[in-house]
Design a protein around this ligand. Structure first.
Ligand code: HEM
Length: 78
């Protein structure tokens, strides 16, 4: 997930910047996102994606206002 999210903790084969991909089902019930709870808004969580997931964050940046809003609304339904 890139250097910005890395926590320096290796766990078995998972390196310092590798995390379990959180199931998004039920994400609407959570108030803090990412492994250390650093994000309190869906948008901040999406923008924090780096490393192998950087393309997803970039696609979000490239999307139009309506598309971004639709994605955030969708997350709020899960
Ligand atoms: C537009 C596409 C994507 C959206 C909207 C999205 C959304 C999210 C959200 C909202 C979270 C926080 C969940 C929580 O903490 O409860 C999350 C976490 C995560 N996502 Fe994504 N994601 C996307 C694409 C990807 C891709 C492509 C990857 C991997 C290549 C990925 C890997 C992860 C991982 C590993 C976490 C956990 C990170 C951590 O705990 O610090 N995501 N994602």
């Amino acid at each position: 997930m890139g250097d910005a999210l890395a926590d320096g903790i290796s766990d078995h084969e998972a390196r310092r910047d590798e995390f379990r991909t959180t199931p998004l089902w039920g994400v609407r019930f959570r108030r803090f996102y990412l492994h250390d709870g650093r994000a309190t808004a869906f948008e901040d969580a999406v923008r924090a994606h780096g490393g192998e997931a950087a393309d997803a964050a970039q696609a979000y940046e490239n999307a139009g206002t309506d598309e971004r809003a639709a994605l955030l609304r969708f997350l709020g339904t899960l």
